[in-house]
Design a binder for this molecule. Structure first.
Ligand code: AMP
Length: 283
């Protein structure tokens, strides 16, 4: 099988490639990314390769999911290194549309996700975010028509929103969640980790350490509210400003009272310097 990596930037070229694969009866997996690839993204690619004959990775820094005060302009862009890593990883096609191909002049359509997009986690701090994610992911899924699409549990609420969106819009795709890949000290890999200064990077693993300790305490039967209060204080004590540290039902993301409302997921978002980090663990 031809495994030569192609970089495609126009819809007609994408459609030609897809038509060849469809004619040959080959299954397709899509891994949507914003580039600045790290080992977490590559783990998604490896999962995608196990689930389909052909793998597309999209690279598109989606302006619709950034608020005006957020880091769209400064978001890390490492396209040449990304292409090299994806060639090595055995990807067939990189879909790297220019902005105009995604949001042409006169673009006037929105998707307003609800349900898991309105549970008071990321949505409470980034109100524009899931609308932007929903429109770009819907477009990518329609453009690439994959059999499967792989998303990381790193963005746990996003994974729920996208799973809901694909079901609600009858998109014939299976959404697959992939486990979080971490640095040796526990910090969840993220393109935004590049923003961290050396002192910030040194305390950043606190988030995962606290999540793990809280998860263990809740599993031992300690009261959730008290565990999370102490966890939040530990995160703030390390120098973060805490957006949230919460225990939620892992399927619905609804609030939980006790560990009996399982399965539970602990989710955190906190800022250090100019960097906002998110992470989560299963209990
Ligand atoms: P991004 O480029 O940050 O938009 O991420 C693209 C995809 O990679 C999303 O589905 C993320 O959830 C996933 N991802 C990002 N970081 C990690 C990680 N450390 N482990 C697993 N998946 C990740």
């Amino acid at each position: 099988m031809d495994r030569r990596l192609r970089v495609v930037r126009t819809l007609p070229a994408l459609r030609r490639a897809l038509a060849r694969w469809h004619d040959a009866g080959e299954t397709i997996a899509l891994v949507p990314t914003m580039g600045a690839l790290h080992e977490g993204h590559l783990s998604l690619v490896r999962l995608a390769r196990r689930r389909a004959r052909r793998v597309i990775v999209s690279i598109f820094v989606n302006p619709a999911q950034f608020a005006p005060n957020e880091d769209f302009a400064s978001y890390p862009r490492t396209f040449d290194a990304d292409v090299a890593a994806l060639a090595e990883a055995g990807v067939d096609l990189i879909w790297a549309p220019p902005g105009e191909a995604m949001y042409g002049s006169g673009f006037a359509t929105r998707i307003v996700p609800e349900g898991p997009a309105k549970v008071g986690l990321e949505d409470a701090f980034r109100p524009h975010f899931f609308g932007g994610v929903a429109i770009v992911v819907a477009k990518l899924l329609i453009q690439c028509a994959p059999d499967v699409a792989v998303f990381g549990e790193k963005d746990f609420q996003q994974l729920k929103v996208i799973t809901r969106l694909a079901a609600d819009l009858d998109l014939p795709v299976k959404i697959i969640g992939a486990p979080i890949v971490r640095e040796a000290d526990g910090l969840a890999m993220s393109s935004r980790n590049a923003y961290l200064s050396p002192p910030e990077r040194a305390v950043a693993p606190t988030l995962y350490r606290v999540l793990s300790e809280c998860g263990a305490a809740i599993a031992r039967g300690e009261r959730i509210a008290r565990v999370l209060d102490e966890g939040g204080a530990a995160i703030e004590g390390a120098g973060f400003q805490l957006d949230y540290l919460e225990a939620r039902h892992a399927d619905t993301l609804q609030k939980v009272e006790t560990a009996a409302d399982d399965p539970l997921r602990l989710l955190v978002a906190a800022r250090i310097g100019r960097t906002r980090l998110i992470d989560n663990v299963a209990v």
